[in-house]
Design a protein around this ligand. Structure first.
Ligand code: NAI
Length: 420
């Protein structure tokens, strides 16, 4: 059981054990692998296809302990306030902007996501585009759809022996590097952080060296103030005549007007873009882009990470993180509460999980309470962020439920759970 200070009384008796909490709601058609993985941990989830807006979601969460969402469901402070039993939110996607993670953290609700499960999918799309641009494949295909038999080899190239420039050598950039070398490409890259070159890839001193030295440049940086407008007219001018530019990162990083202009002038031999400064929210939404209708330009609707495999990977990864939190208290890679990697519980031990406001004196109150109740502490773990501390105590199984009420009464307590 858990209790949150100031929230309505828990719906279940306070002597329960949270480790098999069953009230798990997965919205937005989360991949079936999530429920299947949870079930391997003895957790039964209810799946629903659609999302819910905050007003409709809040009344559904009175007894929900785990909420699974994707990118469309907004978890606002009123939604959190309506969910006194909520222990964790699983964002079965990359981003967590749809959740008020700070408010969730202040309530001792852990938020998990899956930042890297679609890395391979984006890397594969990029490799496909490198080859397509070199062979002008999409133009050839569209011509033939219009019954035009254009068999010319002009401007069609193998990628073997060509140079790929990678801007941002993180998870995706470095995967692209490995795959491109397997195709016989030479790889150069630039990253603001020192990154180990994989295979024969070469780190360049600056962005301009990469731009000037590559036949095809692919962007894999995050959206930050420093990457906004990273590739504009001046950077494109430094690229080799006839080179290709690929942006599968974020729409604000590349100036699409400058790309369109360079393609029209023939300075760029083509381009691929998966991301845009403004993207329609739905399939019916209007899409406008300076690149539409230009030759050898591949436009995709932000599908870099959209594969069945990526969705299944995301489902498994987030489900495992949630199960480990529910059953052991582990918060590793949570985005909003202190991260604690915990060993599995010993069968003869009880575990007390205690979130509290990070102010002086709380630990001594906890220790005093346990000592008064003759509860022996065998192991103690603590991590804090600016606002919240998370303490885990492995204790002998006597009188634990007696101290639980005392722990809940400590004014700084946010939430107490016990596992036995
Ligand atoms: P990551 O964090 O692993 O790597 C990003 C790299 O860029 C880091 O090594 C960082 O040091 C570097 N970097 C940051 N600022 C830089 C700068 N100004 N110049 C050079 N390097 C810089 O991120 P990951 O997972 O590789 O993702 C990269 C991008 O791909 C992100 O923006 C992400 O949003 C986007 N993405 C797009 C998807 C799609 O569907 N098209 C799906 C998944 C991610």
């Amino acid at each position: 059981m858990s209790a949150t200070k100031g929230s309505p009384a828990p719906a279940q008796p306070p002597t329960g054990d949270d480790s098999n909490a069953a009230d798990i709601l997965l919205l937005e058609g989360i991949h079936a692998a999530a429920a299947a993985t949870m079930s391997e941990f003895g957790l039964e989830a209810t799946r629903r296809d659609g999302g819910l807006d905050p007003a409709a979601l809040a009344p559904q969460l009175g007894r929900t302990r785990i909420l699974g969402i994707r990118s469309k469901t907004r978890v606002t402070p009123p939604v959190l306030a309506a969910a006194p039993e909520l222990l964790a939110i699983g964002c079965f996607c990359i981003g967590t902007n749809q959740v008020d993670v700070a408010e969730a953290g202040r309530r001792g609700i852990a938020v998990f996501n899956s930042p890297f499960s679609n890395t391979r999918s984006v890397a594969e799309l990029t490799i496909a585009e490198i080859i397509c641009l070199h062979r002008r494949l999409t133009d050839k295909s569209m011509s033939l759809h219009r019954s035009r038999w254009d068999k010319s080899a002009a401007h069609a190239h193998e990628v073997r022996g060509r140079t790929l420039g990678i801007v941002g050598y993180g998870h995706i950039g470095s995967q692209v590097s490995v795959l491109a070398e397997a195709l016989g490409m030479r790889v150069v890259y630039h990253d603001i952080a020192a990154k180990l070159p994989l295979g024969n890839a070469q780190s360049m001193n600056d962005l301009h060296e990469v731009l000037a030295g590559a036949d095809v440049v692919t962007i894999h940086v995050p959206e930050t103030p420093s990457t906004r407008g990273l590739i504009g007219p001046a950077e494109i001018a430094r690229m080799r005549p006839g080179a290709f530019l690929i942006n599968n990162a974020r729409g604000t990083v590349v100036d699409l007007d400058a790309v369109a202009d360079a393609v029209r002038r023939g300075h760029l031999g083509g381009a691929a873009s998966d991301v845009y400064p403004a993207e329609p929210a739905t399939a019916q939404g209007d899409f406008t882009c300076p690149l539409t209708g230009l030759p050898n330009v591949i436009l995709t609707p932000h599908i870099g990470g959209s594969t069945e495999e990526a969705q299944a990977n995301i489902a498994r990864e987030v489900a495992i993180k949630i199960a480990r939190f529910i059953q052991h208290g582990t918060t590793t890679s949570a985005v909003n509460v202190p991260e604690v990697e915990l060993p599995h519980r010993q069968p003869d031990q009880h575990r007390i999980l205690h979130f509290h406001r990070n102010v002086p004196g709380v630990l001594s109150k906890m220790h005093g309470l346990l000592a008064e109740n003759d509860v022996n502490i065998n192991a103690e773990y603590l991590q804090s962020n600016a606002e919240v501390s998370y303490v885990i105590l492995d204790v002998d199984p006597h009188h634990v439920e007696d101290v639980r009420a005392g722990l809940e009464a400590i004014p700084e307590t946010i939430r107490v759970r016990t596992l036995r």
